[in-house]
Each structure stands twice: as structure tokens, then as C-alpha cells.
Design a protein around this ligand. Structure first.
Ligand code: CA
Length: 404
């Protein structure tokens, strides 16, 4: 863009975040980081030697339009890259040398940043699980028996994970209607506010990852919208859990915020009673992330991630506790993040209590479930270095009508 170093100034991304993503400009997609209101082409930096010594084979690592090779390289490479980028963006001379590889954020189109390998979704918010139990199984104990013994989860569909900004087509399925059950467009399309963790490196069969090794295997954090067709889900889910009510689409942020950037957000996790199994201890850190759900231009809730019952480290430990391998690009998500009050509920199922209560959007309109044309956006932020706030990359998507 501009010669010189002024491109580093800008409000969108503080220089301590250094999120990684893949963006398209000049007809080509390439790995990048974001600083201020600009993106920096990592393949470009590698090609002129600015990443030499920071990680092995920098040119090769950034030669494809995915972060896959970086995820595979593991924590030493992640740390080396972040350290070098921090040096470069705090050095005016380096900033000038980077300027040929810098493009305005507004001029690029985000792509899905990595190849999602396996996708797992958990169910780790106590308030969410309790509310859903009350709505789906009134009169029964809302929490399944195992809920406090282990982080409950299921394997989702990696191939339908899509980057923020991608339209979501209303799914069809078998769902109850006035005459019984029929096949058609979901009448109860919903969102779920979640936090996702992007895995790198490998494990070998039989290897278990203890919670203490979390940072060796998790590269960074994205926001996730686990779109859900509640009518399809409610009819199909027993006894094997979510299937077609969830698998049609899962949206993720365009930028992955490295775990290292979230150091200032680490807080003590909630108390767990009963004491979890040894393979889930010590619990590790919770992350103090403030989330925000916006539907059709109106903020409808502000869930807080810090209170989530099971930590991300325990989720990863449980996911590998049977000896199942990890591979680079695995994604796992927290489950819907909800808090104790109505203003902290992370999905319409809870906000409208199963469709019973209309949710006012503040402009005279109201929703029970999503309508065609609705844009849903999830935002988040965390405590940053020096008392500032660190943004997470938003995840947004517009609902399009079902195909007939
Ligand atoms: Ca979910």
C-alpha cells in the first residue's frame, strides 16, 4: 500500500493480537495476519526472508492458501512465528520493509483459514444444559446423569464448517407439524453462540493429552455459530444425539486468534462438584471472553465464557482420553455459552423458551426463530495486554430460504 510504516495504525486489530487467516486479493488467496486496518501477506514476508529463523521452511509453510502446514508444525513454530511478527510490528524500519506485502483489510475477501479435519462439539455450559433439559424434557432431571462426570460432546460434520460471511441455507428435514410429521424446511432455525479451538500437531494412537498439555496442541480460538434446526433436532436426537439438525452448517471466524494472545484472559475456572476423574485434572484455565449475539441488527444477548463449567483443556483431555488421535486442523467447540440470566442466553431456544415467548428486537419486530434474510453476528473480546481489550474475529452469516 503506502510506503512507510503508518499502515500499522488502525483500530480493527491491536498489534498484540496478530490473528492468522487466509485472505483473497489480486485474484489469489494467501495466509495472512492482521494489524490495525491492514493485512500482511505471510507468503510475501517469507519470500523476502523476513520470517527466516522464526520457524522451519517459512516459504513452504505459507505456499498454499491454507494454514494447514503451520498447524501441522506445532507449538515451537507457532511461538517462533508470533515472536517474529511481534518484533516486526514494533520496529518502524521493519514496518517499512513489510509495506510492499500489506493490503487494506477492506480490500480482501476472507477464505476458510484451514482444512477442518475432525469437528467435535461439546455441551459444557451448566446454564445452557439445564435450560435445554427443562425445555426438551420437562419434568425430568434436566442434566443427564453423566453431565457433571465428563464433558459431554458429539462428533459433528467437518465438511460443512464455513467461513464467516457465507450464507446459510435453511435446512430441510423431518419435523413435527399440525398433522404429525412431515419433510420440509425447518420452522425452528436457531443459532448457538460458541467458542471454538483449533488444534495443531499430531498425537499417536493410544496417547492421551492431559489438560496440562492444552497449549501444546491448541493453536488458537475462533468464534463459532452452531446453526441448529430445533424441530429436526428434537425429533431425531434420541438415542444417538444431534445429526441432521446440526450438520448442514457451522460458521467460524475468518481469523484465528492465537492462544498466546489470550494469556491476559486466563482466569480460574468455576468449582467442579463432584471432583472430576483424574484424567480431567488439574482443570486448567478458563478464558474471560465477553461474547455478544446480534440478530437482524439487534444485540439480543451477552454471554460470558469464563463461567463455562468444563474448561477447554478438560474438553481436549476428554476427547483424547480413549486414545483417539488428534490431527492438525481438528476443531472443537465449547457448546452454547449461556449464563444465569436471560440476557446471557446464547441461543433462541433459551431466549424464547422453546418458541413459547417472543423475543423483541427493539424496533417493534420480534422473533421466536430465525427468519429468511436474518443476519446473525457473534462478536467477542478479551482482556488484552496493558489493560486494553483484544477483539476476537466476529462470525456472521445470513439465512437464505430453503431449496425446493
Ligand atoms: Ca452446539
Amino acid at each position: 500500500v503506502t510506503a512507510g510504516s503508518s499502515w500499522i495504525e488502525g483500530d480493527a486489530w491491536p498489534s498484540t493480537a496478530l490473528p492468522l487467516g487466509v485472505v483473497e486479493f489480486d485474484g489469489r488467496a494467501r495466509p495472512a495476519t492482521a494489524v490495525g486496518d491492514h493485512v500482511v501477506d505471510l507468503a510475501g514476508l517469507a519470500s523476502v526472508g523476513l520470517l527466516d529463523g522464526a520457524l522451519d521452511d517459512p516459504v513452504e509453510r505459507f505456499s498454499t492458501p491454507r494454514l494447514d502446514a503451520l498447524l501441522a508444525a506445532g507449538p515451537t513454530a507457532w511461538h517462533g512465528l508470533r515472536g517474529r511478527l511481534l518484533e516486526l510490528v514494533t520496529d518502524r524500519g521493519a514496518a517499512r520493509r513489510m509495506s510492499p506485502h500489506v493490503v487494506p483489510l477492506a480490500a480482501v475477501r476472507p477464505r476458510l483459514a484451514w482444512t477442518v479435519a475432525d469437528y467435535v462439539d461439546f455441551y459444557s455450559s451448566l446454564d445452557h444444559a439445564t435450560n435445554v433439559g427443562r425445555i426438551f424434557r420437562p419434568g425430568e432431571d434436566p442434566l443427564p446423569e453423566a453431565w457433571r462426570q465428563l464433558p459431554i460432546g458429539y462428533h459433528g460434520r467437518a465438511g460443512t464448517v464455513m467461513v464467516s460471511g457465507t450464507d446459510v441455507i435453511r435446512p430441510c428435514g423431518l419435523r413435527p407439524d399440525r398433522d404429525g410429521v412431515s419433510f420440509g424446511p425447518s420452522l425452528q432455525l436457531d443459532v448457538e453462540v460458541e467458542v471454538g479451538f483449533v488444534v495443531g500437531g499430531h498425537t499417536s494412537p493410544g496417547e492421551r493429552v492431559p489438560p496440562s498439555a492444552f497449549a501444546d496442541h491448541v493453536f488458537g480460538v475462533v468464534l463459532v455459530n452452531d446453526w441448529s434446526a430445533r424441530d429436526v433436532q428434537a425429533f431425531e436426537y434420541r438415542p444417538l444425539g444431534p445429526f441432521l439438525g446440526k450438520s448442514f452448517a457451522t460458521s467460524v471466524s475468518a481469523w484465528i486468534v492465537p492462544l498466546e494472545a489470550l494469556e491476559p484472559a486466563r482466569v480460574a475456572p468455576p468449582t467442579q462438584d463432584p471432583r472430576p476423574s483424574a484424567h480431567l485434572l488439574p482443570a486448567g484455565d478458563a478464558y474471560d471472553l465477553d461474547l455478544e449475539l446480534e440478530i437482524a441488527g439487534h444485540v439480543v444477548s451477552r454471554p460470558r465464557f469464563a463461567g463455562t463449567y468444563w474448561t477447554a483443556a478438560q474438553q481436549l483431555a476428554h476427547l483424547t482420553s480413549n486414545g483417539a488421535t488428534l490431527r492438525p486442523g481438528d476443531l472443537y467447540a465449547s457448546g452454547t455459552v449461556s449464563g444465569a440470566t436471560a440476557a446471557e442466553r446464547g441461543c433462541l431456544l433459551e431466549l424464547t423458551w422453546g418458541g413459547r415467548d417472543e423475543l423483541s428486537l427493539g424496533d417493534g419486530s420480534a422473533r421466536t426463530w430465525l427468519e429468511d434474510g436474518d443476519v446473525v453476528t457473534i462478536r467477542g473480546s478479551a482482556p488484552g495486554a496493558g489493560g486494553g481489550r483484544l477483539p476476537l474475529a466476529e462470525v456472521t452469516g445470513r439465512v437464505q430460504p430453503a431449496h425446493h
